[in-house]
Design a protein around this ligand. Structure first.
Ligand code: SF4
Length: 552
């Protein structure tokens, strides 16, 4: 958190600029909207939203701000808050929304009477993700309103307004960020003082609006469909959709969405002097403004970060006479993160001048496990335990330990989604492959590993699960896991793994031989087994020591 101005009074606080990350601006906007609770699961680039709120909660005693086992449970907790009449925020990275998709999509059919806002942070360019999926598609899929800020001020304003809009349309509202906005800072003017928290108020008729039996769901779905017209009308009037027509240029116009506006304006000497420009900050998009632009120019370049959603909407399938340029026409790259330079090239402008510092040659720095990381020892042991097998399968998951796919470890062979390792190893075992090993971290296990372990126990699958228990969510900045390390074995036993085949080993350099021996014994066992390799993440250890006032 980087608020830089001294807060002298309530008035000064609300009228003075603060410098915030896009994520922090969203969190502050939610606080100003009077949220009572926020939930999430750590995931780059969304993590700082809940961390900001947790810091506020530690200082002010509110709101409730908790990491949950996964994005689905986080969304469901937010639904509970809203059901009793208080406002709630739920934040996650884009792929986390897949995990929360069930409550997310169904919540559009509920009678939302207290603001519910879901913030989904997309990662074009896959800086820290396994895909580039665009959350705007999921908002459309659920038939809800999506707001896409172009800068930090809009991130604050939209997050704050999203709660009012959620109540006005009785729908959840999505705020979509992209990595570059989530993780860059700019000044934000909070404006009006924060709204007070709501009081407890259950829905008047929950049986009719919150109980999605088919007959009720059908009625609610019709209500959602009727609301689409209201959303489209609202989008037409929204100040976040702006159109400026250039009477001197009937040839060419620009359409931007979200952060695309910044990249476009960055390439103009005088923003007021450019060609006709439609900016889109809401989904549904303002169709009337699009038509006004289409009547004015013959061609448009669409600048948006993520999938070519606006571009496709504008092009459609029927010819309109408007030429639409963008990612699908090759004017902008179809993959990766948008940048001002890529936009510059699409605008046919000469490249900016750049310079090289003579003699400065930075060595490449591929990502790697920290020196002394416990996963290094676990992978050394796993290599030894698998010696002698002609072929092995090691399915893994998402965390720091995914770096075990790279040299020098090359210890794992898959990374698909949270918890997939156990299901995949079971599938391989079902297909007759052995040895099949699943590797995942403690937080990943708690997120999505328990249910596939039930499948493996039910089938007494011939496989071994290696849980790398470092006591934290290491990859996203050492957040607390939802349950402490000591509880993992209880959960494994509770699911039904035999106690003699659920073993705990020390993941340290002096115990690699012992770890390898235990692993080999369990891999040789014809049935389900779990080995928990336990040692705290070094970063987490440093943080805990620093918190206690010791040497980091
Ligand atoms: S942050 Fe922790 S878990 Fe991640 S590589 Fe470093 S020591 Fe290992």
């Amino acid at each position: 958190m980087s608020e830089i101005l001294v807060e002298r009074s309530e008035e000064a606080r609300t009228t003075s600029a603060v410098v915030l990350l896009g994520n922090e601006a969203v969190a502050l906007g939610a606080l100003h909207a009077g949220i009572s609770a926020a939930y999430g699961y750590p995931g780059t680039p969304s993590t700082e939203i809940l961390e900001f709120l947790q810091a506020r909660a530690a200082a002010d005693g509110r709101p409730v701000a908790r990491w949950c086992a996964n994005e689905k449970t986080a969304y469901e907790a937010a639904l509970g808050v809203v059901m009793v009449g208080k406002r709630a925020l739920v934040s996650m990275k884009h792929v986390g929304l897949n995990v929360a998709a069930d409550p997310f999509v169904n919540s559009a059919l509920l009678g939302i009477h207290a603001g519910l806002v879901v913030v989904s942070c997309d990662d074009p360019g896959m800086h820290s993700s396994q895909n580039e999926q665009d959350s705007r598609h999921l908002a459309d899929f659920a038939r809800i309103l999506c707001l896409e800020p172009a800068d930090q001020q809009e991130a604050f304003d939209m997050a704050r307004a999203a709660f009012d809009l959620s109540e006005r349309f009785a729908l959840p509202v999505m705020v979509r960020l992209v990595t570059r906005l989530a993780h860059s800072r700019a000044g934000v003017l909070p404006g009006e003082p924060p709204a007070p928290e709501r009081t407890l108020r259950k829905p008047e008729d929950p049986g009719r609006t919150w109980t999605l039996l088919p007959s009720i769901a059908r009625a609610q779905w019709r209500r959602v469909l009727r609301t689409q017209r209201d959303l489209r009308a609202w989008a037409e009037e929204s100040p976040w959709n702006t159109l400026r027509l250039d009477p001197g240029n009937r040839d060419f116009g620009i359409v931007t969405a979200g952060i695309g506006r910044n990249y476009y304006l960055d390439n103009l000497n005088d923003p007021a002097a450019g060609p006709s420009h439609l900016h889109i900050g809401t989904f549904p998009i303002p169709a009337g403004k699009v038509r006004d632009l289409a009547r004015h120019v013959r061609s448009v370049l669409v600048i948006e970060d993520g999938y070519p959603i606006v571009e496709r909407m504008l092009r459609g399938v029927l010819t309109s006479g408007l030429e639409v340029w963008g990612k699908e026409t090759g004017h902008l790259p179809g993959d990766g993160e948008l940048t001002p330079d890529l936009v510059r090239k699409a605008l046919n402008k000469a490249p900016r001048e750049s310079f090289n510092l003579p003699g400065l040659s930075l060595p490449p720095r591929p990502p790697q496990l920290c020196q002394g990381c416990p996963h290094r020892d676990s992978y050394a042991a796993l290599h030894r335990a698998l010696e002698g097998f002609p072929e092995t399968l090691v399915a893994a998951d998402i965390g720091c330990y995914t770096l075990g796919a790279l040299p020098p470890f090359q210890a794992i062979e898959s990374c698909v989604c949270m918890g997939a390792s156990i299901g995949m190893a079971k599938g391989a075992s079902d297909a007759g492959f052995r040895p099949a090993v699943a590797v995942l971290g403690d937080s990943t296990f708690l997120h999505s590993g328990v249910t596939p372990l039930m499948d493996a126990v039910a089938a007494d699958a011939d496989m071994t699960v290696l849980i790398l228990d470092n006591g934290t969510v290491g990859m996203t900045g050492t957040q607390e896991t939802v349950l402490p390390s000591g509880r993992i074995r209880e959960i494994v036993l509770g699911v039904g793994v035999p106690a003699e085949h659920c073993r705990i080993v020390d993941a340290n350099p002096h115990a690699v031989d012992a770890m390898a021996k235990v692993l080999r014994e369990e891999i040789d066992h014809r049935g389900i087994s779990v080995v928990i390799a336990r040692r705290e993440c070094l970063e987490s250890l440093r943080r805990h020591r620093a918190e206690k006032g010791g040497r980091p």
